[in-house]
Write a protein that binds this ligand. Structure first.
Ligand SMILES: Nc1ncnc2c1ncn2[C@@H]1O[C@H](COP(=O)(O)OP(=O)(O)OP(=O)(O)O)[C@@H](O)[C@H]1O
Ligand SMILES: Nc1ncnc2c1ncn2[C@@H]1O[C@H](COP(=O)(O)OP(=O)(O)OP(=O)(O)O)[C@@H](O)[C@H]1O
Ligand SMILES: [Mg+2]
Ligand SMILES: [Mg+2]
Lengths: 260, 260
């Protein structure tokens, strides 16, 4: 059975997609985990970030989610040039599908159901969430075993963490008692901003002590360049700081979730 | 009659809030415009960014929008320590209000109606939008005269601009024929990333040539520090790069919209 990890944050632009993509790639490349990366953001930036790596295929995700009989996310999955990595891209119809799902009975548990078969075919499933606490993010948290919350080193990023963790309580109680916080990941850490970093890291340490992941992702323009090239960081710049940081994150993650 | 400017981008974290707040402050401080800054993002980051400047007051925005008789946004407005700047903060109930509005008749024109009185009391009204093309963003575009689209210097930011501009067509046709693109504002420009900047700026120039605002906002940690202190950049670090950049943007804006 796979471990399902939701990568979510209310705040926009904190590195949800950059982390989902490169973590998925590192787990597949260096730890031989069978990984399914699912894009739940109608912006479709997972597909954009890996455009040179993804093989054509898979039904539109919006069709898969909207169908009446039991949806199976594997219908929407396709392989990539990276062994062990499969991807479900978000199609433009996903925004409208999210609105149409808003009034469906059991919408919050739809994704959990849609991942049932996928869980037996993969070791790790990563869900990239949109910067919006709507139907898809709630459904992702209801389907997940673990939650990874990226946070950029600014006061608004920290507020974004708090806002997301407020959602976890009710979801834990009513929809998904197994949901566990994997950790808070500081991203886009810029070594030049020592006083801001110090104060933000102090705040995170005070408020979330044990939940703070003991490594951070530094600012590295190679990560954006890799996105521009449509590649993961390991294909684009394997010796870069971004590659080193995400590889270290994958190592930490594998130790945390043990042998699934 | 005020000029209403929506500050919107599908992409998260591109500087919508940072730009709305500091542009509003610059217009009030240096151009003596009567400015109303409205936070349409349930995250409530306008209030957080100006927490040391805002006077208590104003009804919750969600109540104002949900009431049956003609809503008036001025009911939710309050003054600040900056002369000529008033603010409407987003309250935590705004997320739920957005969902409840989704099925209301005429929801797309609600904000336009709610701003009718405010337009006669102010010269410029800025609408900070959430990173989500939902009811509130659509209502903001339906209420606005001009549209400012921040974009960070990365491939996903550029896609975010395209995704937002796709919304403008149908809104222009069916809801708001007066809506005009004010421009695309490049934010968080980091002088060290010359090759990425060049390629992103080239792309923006190719695709949106005349719409690209002829100045950019550079990366400046003082902007995040100001947010941490709950102040606009002019109160926090008036000699900083961030202050200079947003002051130049305000000057450009006043020339563009003329004497309203
Ligand atoms: N460590 C990093 N160093 C440099 N740039 C980064 C880093 N992480 C992310 N970025 C850049 O920051 C921007 C935001 O990252 P990303 O799109 O992954 O965030 P997100 O949380 O998924 O955004 P959204 O809320 O829109 O979904 C992108 O342009 C990305 O290239
Ligand atoms: N020019 C800049 N230099 C440095 N940091 C910046 C700059 N502009 C914005 N930031 C920082 O980047 C982060 C994102 O900015 P901001 O929150 O304004 O974006 P947004 O588009 O409003 O995000 P959201 O999509 O969550 O509403 C914030 O932490 C902010 O402090
Ligand atoms: Mg994303
Ligand atoms: Mg914002």
């Amino acid at each position: 059975q796979a471990t399902v990890i939701a990568v979510a944050a209310r705040k926009g632009g904190v590195g949800k997609t950059t982390s989902s993509v490169n973590l998925a790639a590192a787990l597949a490349r260096f730890h031989k985990r069978r990984v399914l990366l699912v894009d739940l953001d109608p912006q479709g930036h997972v597909g954009a970030s890996l455009s040179s790596m993804i093989h054509p295929g898979g039904a539109p995700l919006s069709d898969t989610l909207l169908q009446d009989r039991g949806p199976d996310l594997l219908d929407a999955a396709t392989s990539t040039r990276i062994d062990h990595l499969h991807v479900v891209c978000a199609d433009p119809g996903l925004a409208e599908a999210e609105e149409r799902l808003a009034t469906r009975i059991g919408k919050e548990l739809l994704l959990r159901e849609a991942l049932r078969v996928a869980r037996t075919h993969h070791d790790i499933i990563l869900l990239d969430c949109p910067p919006h606490a709507g139907t898809l993010t709630v459904a992702a948290l209801a389907a997940a075993d673990r939650l990874l919350v990226p946070c950029d080193p600014g006061p608004l990023g920290v507020r974004g963490v708090e806002a997301l963790l407020e959602l976890v309580g009710p979801i834990h109680e009513r929809l998904n008692p197994d949901l566990d916080l994997l950790g808070i990941l500081v991203t886009r850490l810029d070594g030049r901003n020592t006083s801001l970093n110090e104060s933000v890291l102090d705040t995170l340490q005070d408020r979330f002590a044990d939940a703070l992941i003991p490594l951070a992702i530094g600012v590295n323009t190679r990560l954006a360049q890799a996105q521009e090239a449509g590649e993961d960081i390991f294909a684009h710049a394997p010796a870069s700081r971004g590659a080193t940081d995400y590889r270290a994150l994958a190592e930490w993650l594998v130790r945390q979730i043990g042998d699934t």
